[in-house]
Design a protein around this ligand. Structure first.
Ligand code: ZN
Length: 136
């Protein structure tokens, strides 16, 4: 199953500060900002041709993004790859010995199904798999 890079997630302290900055890098008419209460984050998407940049800001102190920034500072947080059948891919990876953060898909930004693999089984890189539902 081939995977397409869907977006690169970047952890930021403040969308207020970072959105105008990235809007200069990647000019576009409108920047979509969305709250994902389930994960305690607000995200802003910038289209960059073949994939997107997802700026992610923590909205709660217990958010994984708040913990990430506390430990490592702002920066690249995860890579997101698109798959056709997320449950099947999670089952395949679990059987292959990968450690999963989410053994079942959950709902992420845009209503898409997402699941994270644990960075301890992917050389320290947090990888998100997503299965698109509908448009975007
Ligand atoms: Zn993401």
């Amino acid at each position: 199953m081939e995977k397409k890079l869907a977006h690169v997630g970047i952890a930021v302290k403040s969308l207020e500060v970072s959105v105008p900055l990235y809007a200069q890098l990647f000019p576009q008419e409108k920047v979509g900002i969305e709250e994902v209460p389930d994960q305690g984050v607000r995200v802003a998407f910038f289209r960059t041709g073949t994939c997107s940049i997802e700026l992610t800001e923590a909205t709660t102190r217990s958010s994984p993004i708040a913990k990430f920034i506390g430990k490592r500072g702002e920066g690249v947080h995860h890579l997101s790859f698109e798959v056709d059948d997320l449950p099947a891919e999670l089952a395949r990876l679990a059987a292959a010995g990968f450690r999963l953060i989410d053994d079942k898909p959950r709902t992420g930004a845009g209503g898409h199904l997402i699941a994270f693999l644990h960075p301890s089984s992917t050389n320290g890189v947090l990888i998100e798999l997503c299965q698109k539902s509908g448009e975007r």
